[in-house]
Design a protein. Sequence first.
Length: 299
Amino acid sequence: MKKVVSVSLGSSRRDSNATAEFGGQTFSITRIGTDGNQKKAMDILRNFDGQVDAFSLGGTDLYVYAKDKRYTLRQSLKIVSVAQKTPIVDGSGVKNTLERRVIPYLEKEHKITFKDKKVLLVCALDRFGLAESFSSSGADVVFGDLMFGLGVPFPIRDFDSLAFLAKVAMPVITKLPINLFYPTGEKQHQTKPRFIKYFDQAQIIAGDFHFIKRNMPENLSGKIIITNTVTQEDEELLKKRGVSTLITTTPEIGGRSFGANILEGILVAYAGRGREGLSAQEYDALIEKINIKPRVKQL
């Protein structure tokens, strides 16, 4: 049995253990939240280093892909630097490959039409592949990075403007403390509705679930949600608020959808790859081989 341990800056209330089979191999998956405690995260990585097949870093990104560039978050790099033996991933490789495939897959296999649909992608800079895929589909997309990441009441409405923002902002953002722009610890359980009209206008709401949950209004009647890292409790919350369809970009494992970082850890462990990781082409090939598909659930 291969072992994957996710160390997250997120809430420990979302911790979970599961066993799953992919491609004929069995995986033990453990998610450990540190409630925003960076030192605790580093201690866990040190303690398990060399004892598991892959680490996955949650509650933050290590790398962010935008166009043809990869940016490294300085604080995350410090955290992962303590792991010297076990490969460690953050989900960015899966976001840059698997999530590009989600929209075409939904169009083909589930006959969901995205052209001219109003979409709110709450944060696109950490999901550039999904953002590009929405734009290519002809959807009418609002990118909420400035609103939900920085509290600036300015929606981004075209992909070129998003790409320009990435070019200008990412060299600065990568040097900032993570909790300035992403909810960690108990903040992942807090909801404070903001920029409600953009939720109301959207037919489809997509992106990081913690951003969605933290900012969403009470009424989400008839909405389609495309996200991941969703627990059974989260599903009940979305159902109560009227969501019609929940789509998770990662498959269900142990009754919930884990983050992209854990799926990436599974793929790296499956490949038996060391700390050099996998290329985008190798991720794509493994996703095909193991038959990873999004989960579509009517609520």
